[in-house]
Design a protein around this ligand. Structure first.
Ligand SMILES: [Zn+2]
Length: 192
């Protein structure tokens, strides 16, 4: 369904309003949810997010990356979700350009690899320490992909819209500390 939202664009501040596409579907084990995409026609800004229809999910999800099978676990990551690979000190926090996505653990690792590769192609790669750390991380991610790792993937979402869909995924509520310190990024406008 397509509609207009009378909200300024968070990037170019255009007052022309945003185009909103909504689609409600069912994801096995995640349940019914609405996928919302906001688009600014002026600058091309695009934001995708997922809202579970059946209440909030627990704030934290963890899955050990000790087998190749776990890499195929599906991940619903909303825009307010911080993704960590603990053991490797890797983290993606919700920035203003952060969009939600549905992928699997392997796809999440690919996103980390891509980000590290961009650093390796940039001017900072001239710095020995930066290059060494980046190459070291790529090597460790390679081991993670072989299921030969003590690392874990962790989702932290104060808005309760994210989940790792796997029988071995462990969920818990966020601590008060986490709720106050975690970033949540751009919020969807109130639609009612
Ligand atoms: Zn814009």
């Amino acid at each position: 369904m397509e509609s207009r939202v009378e909200q300024p664009c968070p990037t170019c501040l255009s007052q022309d309003g945003l185009t909103m596409l909504t689609l409600t579907t069912e994801i096995p084990y995640f349940g019914e949810h609405t996928q919302i995409t906001l688009i600014c026609d002026s600058c091309g800004w695009k934001h995708t997010d997922f809202i579970p229809s059946e209440g909030l999910k627990p704030g934290a999800w963890t899955l050990p990356l000790d087998s190749e099978e776990n890499l195929s676990a599906r991940v619903v990551r909303s825009s307010s979700c911080t993704v960590r690979i603990s053991g490797l000190d890797l983290e993606v926090t919700p920035g203003s350009a952060s969009s939600g996505f549905i992928s699997n653990v392997e796809g999440v690792i690919k996103r980390f690899e891509d980000a590290i590769s961009i650093v390796l192609k940039g001017p900072d790669s001239e710095i020995d320490d930066v290059r060494d750390i980046a190459n070291d991380l790529l090597e460790k991610l390679e081991r993670v992909k072989n299921g030969d790792s003590s690392a874990e993937i962790v989702l932290l979402d104060p808005r309760g819209r994210s989940q790792i869909l796997h029988a071995k995924a462990v969920s818990r509520d966020l601590t008060e500390d986490e709720v106050t310190t975690l970033q949540v990024g751009y919020d969807l406008p109130h639609l009612e």
